[in-house]
Design a protein around this ligand. Structure first.
Ligand code: 13P
Ligand code: SF4
Length: 336
């Protein structure tokens, strides 16, 4: 069998990739593995040749997440771990703002994003000019930007946050009022966890905004002992209907620690697959929604990126210096 990159599924490749297949066999049918295995094998070989690491977000498909990634996690972990690598090349299997964050923290390294069209509805909901207008409207009020923003926006704000540290970041500012952008629902969720007054922007994640509280209640009616864990980018009625709210990394930890018999992860689809691969005793109830941006990253374009060292992420130096400060301030905030 030969795939579109000209690589063949040989007995040697079948044997070499068997330990990886063991990790994903619960979520990737055996009939599909011959298509993934030659790419997985070649990417892992080429990583050594290039002195490259692959950082993969929790929403990447299992063949990427379990097959070729060196570092996996939520956007906070990917930002923090990006500062620790001594590789020459970083491939970001995630969306563009994550690759920009890796580049901000590693200006001298080559940072690759296999598809430059891997965007984010939140990052696209606000511009640097919008932030300057907000500052005029609320003089002296500090501005916190979710990392799901462009480097241009990060350059205009005081500090960044992720869904994993938003409350700590807001409280670290010691201010009575804080502007949080661009995710309205994350801002509303943070407002329920702190006495700091939160001024929100009206951006939404196109994946999480589609879930509804009625949908969660309907699932509870259909499945006994269902534990519902939701990402804070979901609308408030979904979060009220959930048993636990947390970033993608906290959702992973929740399942690993509590080992619930049946779980509904209210987030992107691949997340359930990746956790299911490692949690055989838990039943994962679908549905989930797909992020079309995350799904632009494939084994084929990761391989292409490693072969060509393109497309590279570049950020204008005058923007990069200011944006980097916002990310570094966030990384200096102590987790609770
Ligand atoms: P996390 O920071 O929880 O990984 O979320 C990133 C993201 O894009 C969620 O939609
Ligand atoms: Fe952006 Fe939502 Fe996709 Fe995350 S899931 S990258 S927030 S569109």
């Amino acid at each position: 069998m030969r795939d579109t990159t000209g690589l063949a599924y040989t007995p040697d490749i079948a044997a070499a990739t068997q330990p990886i297949y063991e990790r994903v066999k619960r979520v990737i049918p055996a009939v599909e593995w011959p298509f993934h295995a030659p790419l997985v094998h070649e990417i892992n070989r080429l990583k050594g040749e290039r002195n490259a690491v692959i950082l993969a977000h929790n929403y990447q498909t299992p063949e990427i997440f379990h097959g070729v990634a060196d570092i996996v996690g939520d956007s906070l972990a990917l930002a923090a771990r990006a500062t620790e690598t001594d590789a020459d090349v970083i491939v970001l299997a995630g969306v563009h703002f994550m690759a920009e964050t890796a580049k901000l923290l590693n200006p001298a390294k080559t940072v690759l994003i296999p598809d430059t069209g891997a965007g984010c509805s939140l990052a696209e909901s606000i511009t640097a000019a919008d932030v300057r207008l907000l500052r005029e409207r609320y003089p002296g009020v500090p501005v916190v930007a979710y990392v799901n923003t462009s480097a241009d926006v990060k350059a205009e704000v005081d500090i960044c946050c992720t869904s994993g540290n938003a409350v700590e970041v807001v409280e670290s500012l010691g201010a009575p009022r804080v502007i949080m952008l661009p995710d309205e629902y994350l801002a509303k969720y943070v407002a329920t966890q702190t006495s700091v007054e939160i001024i929100a922007w009206k951006g939404h994640c196109e994946v999480h905004e589609r879930f509804t509280g009625d949908e969660i209640r309907e699932f509870r009616g259909r499945f006994d002992e269902l534990i519902v864990i939701a990402h804070p980018e979901c609308p408030p009625d979904v979060l009220e209907a959930a048993d636990f709210v947390g970033s993608t990394a906290r959702m992973v930890d929740f399942v690993a620690d509590r080992r619930p018999p049946r779980v509904l992860m209210v987030t992107e689809c691949s997340m359930s697959d990746n956790v299911a691969a490692a949690s055989p005793e838990t039943e994962f109830v679908r549905p989930c929604n797909l992020c079309p941006h995350m799904k632009k990253i494939t084994l084929a374009n990761i391989l292409d990126s490693l072969r060509t060292l393109e497309p590279q992420v570049t950020i204008a130096p005058e923007v990069a210096d200011r944006a980097r400060r916002s990310v570094e301030r966030m990384l200096a905030v102590k987790p609770r």
